[in-house]
Ligand binder design. Structure first.
Ligand SMILES: [Ca+2]
Ligand SMILES: [Ca+2]
Length: 227
């Protein structure tokens, strides 16, 4: 009998161990009955017990306009699909973090039935997020790590890794760690294009408003040759 089939039957769990603390318990096996002692042992010995188990089965970080890197003040979405793989209806909290300990946002899920999934979107407003450091030796930004934590009194704490998000410095359209003539050329090639125009490119859209225009030009002017 597999675990789920076992849980689907009318297993009656008796915590007889509570009694075993003070008296000797004679375990009596009846049809479909499983006894759990205080020391954690069960009877019958091959019994498979129902469990609490919720998993993040799909976690995806979505940047606007199909971008592969963000700039500060962009809105990034962390999309999470969670599945109740256990045998109990669950209530729990889903929390997203950047660099493991920095809180992004949290959402509560209630009454997720066994075998069911639910999809969440946790928005990350990068308004106060500093751009990533640029590693000039390896030639790339050191991105933020995104993790998702699922927690409840019955589930405990489980953390799921969700890859990384790069937040570039304003003015660095080509991602080489500098704001210079290459970025000047980049913004000119895509000048006055709007998402989803074929010539639109999110890299010089520093403001993140779906258009390449004077606002973005201002960023290059401000940061010109400062790094
Ligand atoms: Ca650059
Ligand atoms: Ca723009």
């Amino acid at each position: 009998m597999d675990r789920r089939a076992a849980s689907g039957t009318t297993l009656t769990l008796l915590l007889v161990g509570l009694l075993a603390v003070t008296i000797n318990v004679s375990v009596v096996e009846a049809g479909g009955t499983v006894y759990i002692r205080a020391d954690g042992s069960v009877d019958p010995l091959d019994s498979i017990l129902p469990v609490h188990n919720v998993a993040a089965v799909n976690v995806t970080t979505i940047l606007p306009y199909g971008a592969s890197a963000a700039y500060p003040r962009w809105m990034v979405n962390v999309n999470i699909t969670v599945e109740n793989r256990g045998d109990f209806t669950e209530n729990f909290t889903v929390t997203a973090y950047y660099n493991y300990t920095n809180f992004i946002a949290a959402q509560n899920v209630t009454d997720l039935l066994p075998g069911n999934t639910t999809a969440l979107t946790i928005p990350w407003n990068t308004w106060n997020i500093a751009p990533n450091e640029y590693n000039y030796t390896s030639g790339q930004y050191t991105p933020y790590t995104i993790t998702v934590n699922i927690s409840s009194p019955t589930l405990g704490e489980t953390t799921w890794y969700d890859g990384t998000v790069t937040v570039r410095r304003f003015g660095d359209a080509n991602g080489d760690g500098h704001c210079d003539g290459f970025d000047y050329t980049y913004i000119n090639v895509h000048w006055l294009t709007v998402y989803p125009d074929i010539m639109y490119d999110p890299n010089p859209d520093f403001k993140g408003d779906g258009a390449i225009d004077g606002f973005d030009w201002t960023y290059i002017s401000i940061y010109w040759c400062t790094f």
